[in-house]
Ligand binder design. Structure first.
Ligand code: ADP
Ligand code: MG
Length: 139
């Protein structure tokens, strides 16, 4: 089924000029980038976005990381886009990520792991709506 997922190219990726290389992995996997914008995430946006992790010990570090440099927010579209993107992202910790995945190829460590991808269709819808209006998404 064709669906959409939400992606972020994180500060560690933009800082190292990796946005093109990561987009190439995304497109080679058959996912279409149907919306994309480079933004500086505010502390409020980052806190809201990662609210589910607010009790975790790394929450403060995570919010600090996400606001430390520009990010690229994206909407990806394709067959089973949510699961497909999670697959090509690789495990959260790059040391555990499979060969050829974005995190294996590019991530620095478990915190600075280059990309975010929605973990369910419901979350994808909520996350997309936090950063894009429907008219900004051109499928
Ligand atoms: P994922 O991004 O793979 O869905 P989680 O939802 O578990 O992973 O965590 C959200 C983000 O929080 C991760 O991508 C990573 O940037 C950060 N994070 C997760 N676990 C840790 C950790 N143990 N130490 C530092 N940062 C972490
Ligand atoms: Mg997650």
């Amino acid at each position: 089924m064709t669906e959409r997922t939400f992606s972020i190219l994180k500060p560690d990726a933009t800082e190292r000029n990796l946005t093109g290389k990561i987009n190439a992995v995304i497109e080679d996997a058959g996912l279409r980038i149907v919306a994309q914008r480079r933004i500086r995430m505010t502390e409020e946006q980052a806190k809201t976005f990662y609210e589910v992790h607010k009790e975790r010990p790394f929450y403060g570090e995570l919010v600090g990381q996400m606001t430390s440099a520009p990010v690229v927010v994206q909407v990806l579209e394709g067959e089973n886009a949510v699961a497909k993107y999670r697959e090509i992202m690789g495990a959260t910790n790059p040391e555990q990520a499979a060969e050829g995945t974005i995190r294996k190829l590019f991530a620095k460590n478990v915190g600075e792991n280059s990309v975010h991808g929605s973990d369910s269709q419901d979350n994808a819808k909520l996350e997309i709506a936090q950063f894009f209006t429907e008219d900004q998404i051109v499928g």
